[in-house]
Design a protein around this ligand. Structure first.
Ligand code: NAD
Ligand code: UD1
Length: 347
């Protein structure tokens, strides 16, 4: 499938948030396809060690600028110097709980950061952008699987900022008819690069299931709290659509090629279409790691939905992309990353 996406055209791609979890995996795939990349990252949630690891995996040391996307003058300067043909915009804040405690930071980074980025793109005539959105924009499901036509009614601040950024991008596109915006709504990104050299490295106790499970397996945390076993799901625990980060990274190559082909705004769900429960994930991880995952059942987490998963058929039909990696590969790669880097990028 990869050969369909890469249509012989090498691009100069500016990657905001390229040192982060999803950004770093996407940079590996961009470099593997022969694109030229320039990373813009404030490193507020990333380690500089990521850049060494990227070089180790790809044998290319990418251009990197430690810049905050909200810094208009610096963004203008980077754009003027690098002159990208396309941008992939990962930079943002992503913790749902934190977003309700410091909402203004979330609006500032996720919405205003996107405005400044577009201004800087406009200044150099860059007309193609792929944006990291989230399934969280849909809110409580009216039906499942969610398709892209499902109404958007996010129920948390983080979701509001992602939905607003989507609106900013599509309004900008309408005002610039030659431009192309691709909005990718990720489901639950998990897993790590097959080399075990890059992966997810959350600061402090992980909010998300898989990094928590991995830290229990490696002995960094005693036990996992399973948030609720009384949902109306097959085993009572929450069901999600877990997408391997390498599959997710490859979706960005498809999105870039799509953006280059035409103009307009297009939105795609990036998920597998299959839902797995918390207990299924624990058991799969236990099998991959050969370790017991100790857990206790705790009350439901406020704001959690019982179950959701993607209808990814539009991405398959239009981008020629579909997830190739299943739960076993997700757990194996997470375990390879976590066991080889028990403290993440920290020494
Ligand atoms: P991440 O925190 O690992 O990566 C984000 C990167 O952006 C980090 O390297 C961080 O240092 C950088 N950054 C943050 N604020 C910045 C700023 N103001 N200026 C410049 N750089 C800044 O997160 P991730 O999981 O890789 O997520 C990437 C994107 O995907 C985010 O926009 C996130 O909202 C979105 N997303 C993530 C998930 C998920 O579960 N991981 C799900 C849906 C959508
Ligand atoms: C969360 C965010 C969502 C974001 C997504 C991916 C919320 C309400 N939603 O989704 O906006 O796009 O992360 O980053 O935070 N679980 C446990 N114990 C844990 C952690 C999680 O049982 O310690 C359960 C949850 O209840 C859920 C499942 O595991 O059923 C997945 O949780 P998580 O990884 O946090 O992702 P989401 O809640 O789907």
């Amino acid at each position: 499938m990869r050969s369909i996406w890469y249509m012989g055209e090498k691009m100069r791609v500016l990657v905001t948030g390229g040192a982060g979890y999803i950004g770093s995996h996407t940079c590996v795939e961009l470099l593997a396809e022969g694109h030229d990349i320039c990373i813009v990252d404030s490193f507020c949630n990333a380690s500089p060690e990521v850049i060494n690891r990227l070089e180790e995996i790809t044998a290319v040391r990418p251009e990197v600028h430690r810049v905050d996307v909200r810094d208009r003058a610096k963004m203008m300067a980077v754009m003027a110097r690098y002159k990208p043909e396309a941008v992939i915009h990962f930079a943002g804040l992503k913790a749902v709980g934190e977003s309700s405690q410091i909402p203004l930071n979330y609006y500032d980074v996720n919405v205003q950061g996107t405005v400044v980025l577009l201004e800087a793109m406009q200044a150099v005539g860059c007309q193609h952008i792929v944006f990291s959105s989230s399934a969280t924009v849909y809110g409580t499901p009216h039906y499942l699987p969610y398709d892209e036509a499902h109404p958007c009614a996010p129920s948390n601040v983080y979701g509001h900022t992602k939905h607003m950024a989507e609106q900013v991008l599509s309004d900008w596109q309408r005002a610039n008819p030659e431009s192309a915006v691709v909005l990718l709504r990720y489901f639950n990104p998990v897993g790590a690069h097959s080399s075990g050299r890059i992966g997810e490295d959350p600061e402090g106790p992980p909010n998300n299931l898989m990094p928590f499970v991995a830290q229990v397996a490696v002995g960094q945390r005693e036990r996992l709290a399973v948030f609720g076993d009384d949902y109306d799901t097959p085993d009572g625990t929450g069901v999600r659509d877990y997408i391997h980060v390498t599959d997710l990274a490859l979706a960005h190559l498809g999105a870039l090629a799509h953006a280059k082909k035409g103009s307009g705004t297009d939105t795609f769900n990036i998920g597998t279409g299959a839902g797995y429960s918390v207990l299924e994930m624990i058991h799969a991880f236990s099998k991959a790691s050969g370790r017991e995952i100790a857990y206790t059942v705790a009350p439901r987490r406020e704001g959690d939905l019982p179950s959701y998963y993607a209808d990814p058929s539009k991405a398959r039909a239009v981008l020629g992309w579909a997830a190739q990696r299943g739960i076993a590969e997700i757990c194996d790669s997470t375990w390879a990353w976590q066991s080889q880097n028990p403290t993440g990028y920290k020494p």
